[in-house]
Ligand binder design. Sequence first.
Ligand code: SF4
Length: 189
Amino acid sequence: MDDYIAIATLNDFIFCPYSIYLHSVYMETDEGLYKAPPQTKGTIVHEGVDKKSGSTRSHDIFSLPVFSDSLGIAGKIDLFKQDRKLLIERKNNLKQIFRGQLYQIWAQYFCMKEMEYDVQNLAFYEISTNKMFPIKLPSNADRAELANFIDKFKKYNPLIDTFNINPNKCRHCIYCNLCDKTSVDNVYT
Ligand code: SF4
């Protein structure tokens, strides 16, 4: 399982592949060193899910660990409503749905299918507005796109592979103040 890609990092890899390297370097340190307010909020949202707050319905499954041998990924879902066969990923704010966020929920979906859960619907739930955003089930082409992306992720080498440094992204990156690739300041400081 060590070689499995964490589903939660798929979106981060799209944002900046180098952030994955920095995460692995700093993951053992105090989170206060690098976590900015939006990320702290996100963590609290998921802690709420982990503690199973928000619903007491017996047919709701929270924080289920999931994995896929065929894709080489593992993670945890937020919520599966068995009565509606609905997999839900909760977000604080969803101004728009990014590709990486789609990859995240697709990845959870494929894991659950491989584990023989009957998932037939997907949705994001925006906590700040209490709105649900239904998502189409991924097609075969979507699965191939996700598999290709995971393959790139697995092959990524921070010492060799180049990437475009985008100062605008850096300003909003939680590792900005610890990153050797930029000298811009984090907007959260
Ligand atoms: S600060 Fe910039 S270059 Fe460094 S990890 Fe973040 S986004 Fe990437």
